[in-house]
Design a binder for this molecule. Structure first.
Ligand code: ZN
Ligand code: ZN
Length: 142
């Protein structure tokens, strides 16, 4: 679905016209390995230790570049909190109010029937659900 090894990530970035600097490759790798939909702050905190030269501005600019080139999507989950995802297929998100985890939910857009959009082409669909995940439900019932 999306590249995971360093070599594949480099090729993927180059294909999109992005110069594959170490920082960019690391940020993409982080996003593809941690499907946690991290915020700029989370990414910076997690990989800032490995890359001492990394600044928060670089993380921010890199994510913007990824979005502009179509290899990542920004997700607006709550308020003005922006999270990032390298899964660019249409999918929904579910945020657990207990553990805070954001789950991916597969969507079959082609089979969805939006009466009012008959004859329209849907390029992007963002759907967000909030609740309590099954893990946390198990914990509270014990
Ligand atoms: Zn949970
Ligand atoms: Zn997602």
């Amino acid at each position: 679905m999306y590249p995971k090894s360093i070599e594949d990530i480099k090729a993927h970035l180059e294909l999109k016209g992005i110069k594959p600097s170490l920082q960019r490759v690391k940020i993409y790798q982080y996003l593809s390995e941690n499907k946690s939909h991290p915020t700029v702050d989370e990414i910076y905190l997690d990989i800032g230790n490995d890359l001492v030269t990394l600044s928060k501005t670089t993380v921010y600019n890199t994510l913007h570049l990824f979005v502009e080139k179509g290899i990542a999507i920004p997700i607006h989950v709550e308020g003005n909190e922006v999270r990032y995802d390298v899964d660019i297929q249409n999918h929904a998100h579910f945020k657990c109010q207990e553990c805070g985890r954001v789950y991916d939910v597969e969507l079959d857009v082609a089979s969805m029937n939006f009466k009012e959009l008959d004859g329209f082409q849907i390029d992007e669909l963002q759907m967000f659900m909030r609740g309590i995940c099954s893990e946390c439900m198990k914990k509270t019932s014990n």
